[in-house]
Design a protein around this ligand. Structure first.
Ligand code: IPE
Ligand code: IPE
Ligand code: MG
Length: 253
């Protein structure tokens, strides 16, 4: 296969739990609206569901959980909602990091953090440093994140550190500079809330991820719903371009 240049090579087993789950937590606003509550009530409930999801991943032995909390496009929302979301983010960092640390969770925040206020940036830095030695679960929160931004920043970083790449580069040259370079590509992508789109989440990394869309709104996405997504994943055959027969004979040839 002389022309095979994609970096997505390995065929991970599907019968087991996914190693890396990436989630677009959508539907908070609609959940609140249905109850005649302000949108922020949906976001508050949404934070509770993050806690439940982390617990579920720890129990199931899932190593990487990546959550989309705020997209680079979400700044377009009304100023009040944006500032409430920022307050919730600060509060969650102040209140949850201790417990995450005690449970062996390593926390990382990916995205363009320069747009956040200094207090939030400092809390992020502290949380990452404090949990840096933990290995039970890698929890990543994407905040002011965009998949296109990630590819652009990685390209700029690569060219700044290795100017000779200007004459030609490969996927493997870029990958160390992407925000998720520490993790394998997601095995399972979940989007709650009924929309079936990627909304500029992990564009590069989702190339061969199994996609799962559910109409369940994020504040209703409990452990039982999560298990349905995992079961759906376990029933799929991941071929990465190969045929079924090849997989039976030699999965990683
Ligand atoms: C997702 O829920 C949370 C964020 C984008 C921060 P939404 O706020 O998008 O909820 P809906 O889609 O309006 O219901
Ligand atoms: C995507 O949700 C981003 C997050 C969940 C943080 P949105 O609700 O903002 O997505 P669109 O704009 O409807 O696609
Ligand atoms: Mg939404």
């Amino acid at each position: 296969m002389a022309f095979f240049s994609s970096s997505t090579r390995q065929v991970p087993p599907t019968a087991v739990v996914p190693q890396h789950v990436a989630v677009i937590m959508d539907g908070n606003g609609r959940w609140a609206k249905k109850r005649f509550l302000p949108r922020v009530a949906g976001h508050v409930k949404g934070v509770e569901l993050v806690r439940e999801m982390v617990r579920a991943c720890l129990e199931r032995g899932i190593q990487y959980l990546t959550l989309f909390a705020f997209s680079s496009e979400n700044w377009r929302r009304p100023q009040d909602e944006v500032s409430l979301l920022m307050q919730l983010f600060v509060k969650a960092l102040e209140q949850e990091v201790d417990k995450l640390d005690r449970n062996g969770v390593r926390l990382r925040i990916i995205g363009d953090l320069s747009r956040f206020e200094p207090r939030l940036q400092e809390l992020i830095r502290q949380a990452e440093t404090r949990t840096a030695g933990n290995t039970r679960l890698d929890l990543t929160i994407a905040a002011n994140y965009g998949g296109r931004w990630d590819i652009m920043q990685a390209t700029n970083q690569m060219l700044a550190t290795q100017p000779e790449k200007r004459d030609g580069w490969q996927e493997s040259d870029l990958e160390p500079h992407l925000s998720m370079s520490f993790a394998p590509e997601p095995d399972l992508f979940i989007r709650t809330g009924g929309e079936e789109r990627i909304s500029n989440f992990l564009l590069w990394q989702l190339a061969y991820t199994e996609l799962y869309f559910t109409p369940v709104l994020w504040p209703d996405f409990d452990t039982a719903e999560f298990d349905k997504a995992i079961t759906s994943f376990q029933q799929r055959e991941r071929r990465f371009g190969r045929t079924s027969e090849q997989l039976v004979e030699k999965p990683n040839a």
